[in-house]
Write a protein that binds this ligand. Structure first.
Ligand SMILES: Nc1nc2c(c(=O)[nH]1)N(C=O)[C@@H](CNc1ccc(C(=O)N[C@@H](CCC(=O)O)C(=O)O)cc1)CN2
Ligand SMILES: Nc1ncnc2c1ncn2[C@@H]1O[C@H](COP(=O)(O)OP(=O)(O)OP(=O)(O)O)[C@@H](O)[C@H]1O
Length: 199
């Protein structure tokens, strides 16, 4: 086993923290973010058409994230069995559960101030749409640093299919994988489906 010097590990962590704040700033400052979001809605809607899953976990957008809910609502309208869920953080276990969401659903803040459905049913989605701040080759993802998504995906049996959603600016060719990283099955941006293990 080759042990890394502590200083190197610390540099990696500082790099990740700096990268996260740069990517959040870049995303918020993107002058054509709304146009890009419209294109991404179309890419997502088209990607969902042939999929068999009836239940999808998504997220309530924060910090300039792409909003997947308009496409998902359209997706859900064509079959009453289809369900959309939003994540709810369990601070103790560091994992997420998913609660049913529908347009107009009463909402409240979670432990991190992100809105979540109030008192709706908990379920395990067959497909999870994962918000990505950054992404690398082969399904690698950079989130906000809580590790919630990786812990949740590692614990769910059977593991749901996963598709990352991001704007193309988030691509980091040199992003390093960490031991706990659970690779995404697909990656979708406004430039198209950039990676899909299932294709
Ligand atoms: N819209 C949205 N909702 C989501 C997620 C997401 O990525 N996007 N999450 C996806 O999993 C979960 C929340 N993830 C979070 C991750 C980190 C922190 C947080 O407070 N981070 C600290 C820094 C932590 C560190 O670097 O050690 C901070 O920002 O100060 C909060 C929520 C569930 N809901
Ligand atoms: N399966 C796991 N078991 C235990 N700890 C984990 C697991 N996954 C992640 N962690 C811990 O969570 C912390 C953050 O991980 P990471 O930097 O990958 O977060 P992220 O994927 O960017 O954040 P998030 O998923 O919340 O958006 C790390 O300290 C890591 O050790």
């Amino acid at each position: 086993m080759v042990l890394k010097p502590a200083s190197e590990t610390r540099v990696d962590l500082n790099d990740r923290i700096a990268l996260r704040s740069r990517l959040i700033r870049e995303r918020l400052d993107m002058p054509d973010r709304l146009e890009r979001a419209e294109v991404l809605q179309s890419v997502l809607r088209a990607w969902l058409i042939p999929r068999r899953e009836l239940t999808i976990g998504a997220y309530w957008p924060i910090k300039g994230e792409f909003d997947p809910l308009p496409s998902l609502y359209r997706w859900s309208e064509s079959d009453p069995q289809r369900r959309i869920g939003l994540p709810v953080v369990d601070k103790m276990s560091g994992t997420l559960s998913f609660q049913v969401w529908y347009p107009g659903c009463p909402m409240e803040e979670d432990a991190y101030g992100i809105l979540k459905p109030k008192d709706t049913e908990v379920f395990e989605p067959q497909l999870v749409l994962v918000p990505c701040l950054g992404y690398g080759p082969c399904g690698l993802r950079l989130g906000y640093g809580g590790g919630f998504m990786d812990r949740t995906l590692a614990a769910l049996v059977p593991r749901p299919a996963t598709a990352g959603l991001a704007y193309a600016h988030g691509f980091q060719a040199l992003l390093k994988s960490l031991p706990h990283d659970v690779p995404l099955d697909a990656m979708i941006t406004e430039e198209g489906v950039v990676w899909d293990k299932g294709c």
